[in-house]
Design a protein around this ligand. Structure first.
Ligand SMILES: Cc1cc2nc3c(=O)[nH]c(=O)nc-3n(C[C@H](O)[C@H](O)[C@H](O)COP(=O)(O)OP(=O)(O)OC[C@H]3O[C@@H](n4cnc5c(N)ncnc54)[C@H](O)[C@@H]3O)c2cc1C
Length: 543
């Protein structure tokens, strides 16, 4: 029990990363306080708001959440679904994240991949990007624990390198739950594409396939974005519930804005603002920054002071830099037979033929996925705009909805110090805290990947005997924010060390995908979660 401090550990941010750490540290009997800028939300309210929205917020129609997100956007904790993020660079980084108890995983797709060994050694193997200071083998046991904490389903025995060979990457135990089964739509696609050399990989995910803790089995509601109506899909609120069950205290509507550094360079206190503008101070033996890869660096850069003249943990000038995503492209095709997408999980079937090999010297690794969302709404809108009515409209809606397929590619991006997040010099939120400004661009390496990826997309259309309706080469954001508090052994060019502890302040850790030195092409949350489990163990060794 903390005596000199308000808590043993203060966690800033109640998402999956903060939640995992809080639950593990609280379970060990330590006093934990979690500070969350947003409010608590109830699943039934989010579902009802979504259900009652005049236009459904489907993937196809409203670009995930769009203007009508069913999650609250409050003046003290504004949603990113508006003009909150300020775009300063040539390529828009129009990402989204939620600011509520439980965080962004409330509406994530829940694909939970492991990276592969060479993703940790990109520089030494292929002369690109950066190496991690730790290897896949070192992270493997933590991956396993994170998969248990989150409750991951996966297909054992698959070659996730996409070569159609032996099981890969190496695992020390099977997935916690058996994998989801491909739907009729996916099986039919696999039948057409496998003979063309596309080896299907069914991605691991956080949708339960057997009853798991308090979660029921996924019923295929196909509403992972924006909310799983039956809580079969994991979200961060579940780890927060667990943490509270072990005695952790959650302060919601508590916006962290100030961090004090003592003469010994340790963090000495943090400050948060309430919606009424009042300021409050708390102290702890250890601090964990887990406000995700845009808010975390923003808060750190805002806090320049005598003992941290460049901002928190920023003696290397790397805080906020090396911003990465899986910037992507996509293609819509119209098939000549019915496939009927939209039943079951929103994503599962992927192709990763270009996941590893010498080609990575020349172009990035990438993942091709087919979206399993129903295009009924967008199809109907288009047909109504064309003036179709009555039985003709009905027949055409059925035909096109069964046959339109959307293929998307996620590319690995490299850490570039010029791609960065900073506090906006002028624009502030209702509490007077600067909003994030983002500068982002893609390099020739990405463009080389795009050229390869386009060839694959057209080949897929050919194998399906489908007509290409449109191709979007326009830097689509994939909602995977990485790199902005980068990990490394050298304090001169990285923010955290191999344990995710800041080089500058020994009592502060940073949890999440912001520490990743390479992005790979796969969804990053499981890697961030594995590192978070490791942070919890590190903290428990010390207090
Ligand atoms: C539409 C969508 C789909 C996605 N799908 C996938 C997927 O399929 N697979 C995958 O791996 N990843 C996916 N992601 C990414 C995934 O959601 C993130 O990697 C993950 O949520 C990051 O967890 P986190 O705990 O670091 O941050 P968050 O979940 O964002 O939690 C951070 C918390 O910090 C709080 N906070 C922020 N600022 C402050 C402050 N000043 N004071 C106090 N608290 C603060 C926020 O309110 C928030 O609750 C998706 C993201 C989106 C938007």
């Amino acid at each position: 029990m903390a005596t000199d401090f308000d808590a043993d550990v203060i966690v800033i941010g109640s998402g999956v990363m903060g939640g995992i750490i809080a639950a593990r540290v609280a379970k060990a009997g330590k006093k934990v306080i979690i500070l969350e800028s947003g409010p608590r939300v109830k699943r039934r309210d989010i579902v009802e708001t979504y259900r009652n929205a005049p236009v459904k917020l489907s993937l196809a129609n409203a670009k995930l959440q769009g203007v009508g997100s069913p999650y609250p956007s409050l003046p003290h904790s504004p949603s990113t679904y508006g003009d909150y993020l300020q775009q300063m660079g040539p390529v828009k980084f129009n990402t989204s994240y939620l600011r509520v108890v439980g965080g962004t995983t409330w509406h994530f797709g829940s694909a939970l991949w492991r990276m592969i060994p060479n993703d940790f050694a990109l520089k030494s193997k292929y002369g690109r990007g950066r190496d991690w200071p730790i290897s896949y083998d070192e992270l493997e046991p933590w991956y396993l624990q994170a998969e248990m904490d989150i409750g991951v389903t996966g297909t054992d025995g698959q070659d996730e390198s996409g070569k159609g060979g032996a099981p890969y990457p190496p695992r020390s135990a099977p997935y916690p739950m058996p994998g989801l089964k491909p739907s009729h739509f996916m099986k039919k696609l696999m039948d057409r594409l496998t003979p063309g050399g596309f080896n299907p990989v069914l991605e691991a995910s956080a949708r339960a396939t057997v009853p798991w803790k308090k979660r029921p089995i996924c019923a295929g509601n196909n509403a992972c974005n924006p909310v799983c109506p039956i809580a079969a899909k994991y979200d961060g609120s579940m780890s927060i519930d667990e943490a509270e069950g072990y005695g952790a205290q959650v302060l919601d509507n508590a916006v962290v804005h100030k961090i004090d550094v003592g003469d010994d360079r340790q963090i000495s206190a943090i400050w948060y603002k309430r919606p009424d503008g009042s300021e409050h101070k708390l102290t702890a033996a250890r601090y964990v920054m887990a406000a995700y890869a845009i808010e975390s660096p923003k808060i750190m850069l805002l806090n320049k002071q005598k003992n941290a003249p460049n901002g928190i943990a920023n003696s290397s000038d790397q805080v906020g830099r090396n911003l990465m995503d899986h910037t992507g492209i996509s293609m819509n095709v119209m098939a000549k037979e019915d496939y009927w997408p939209g039943q079951g999980p929103t994503q599962l079937l992927t192709y990763v033929n270009n996941r590893d090999g010498d080609f990575r010297r020349d172009f990035p690794q990438y993942k091709i996925k087919v979206r399993n969302t129903t295009p009924v709404l967008s199809t109907t809108q288009k047909l109504l705009a064309k003036g179709l009515m009555g039985s003709e409209l009905d027949a055409e809606i059925k035909r096109q909805s069964a046959r339109s397929l959307n293929w998307a590619i996620d590319f690995e991006t490299l850490p570039n110090p010029n791609n960065r997040v900073t506090p906006h010099p002028e624009k502030k939120d209702a509490l007077g805290i600067p909003v994030p400004a983002i500068w982002y661009d893609v390099d020739d390496y990405w463009h080389a990947g795009k050229e390869q990826g386009l060839k694959d997309l057209y080949r897929i259309a050919e194998l399906l005997d489908a007509d290409v309706v449109s191709v979007d080469e326009g830097f689509q954001n994939r909602q995977h924010i990485m790199g902005t508090t980068i990990m490394g052994d050298d304090p001169a060019d990285s923010v955290v060390d191999r344990d995710c502890r800041t080089h500058d302040h020994k009592n502060m850790f940073i949890a999440g995908t912001s520490v990743m030195p390479s992005s790979s092409c796969v969804n990053p949350t499981l890697t961030g979660a594995a590192l978070s489990v490791r942070i919890a163990a590190e903290i428990l060794k010390e207090i």
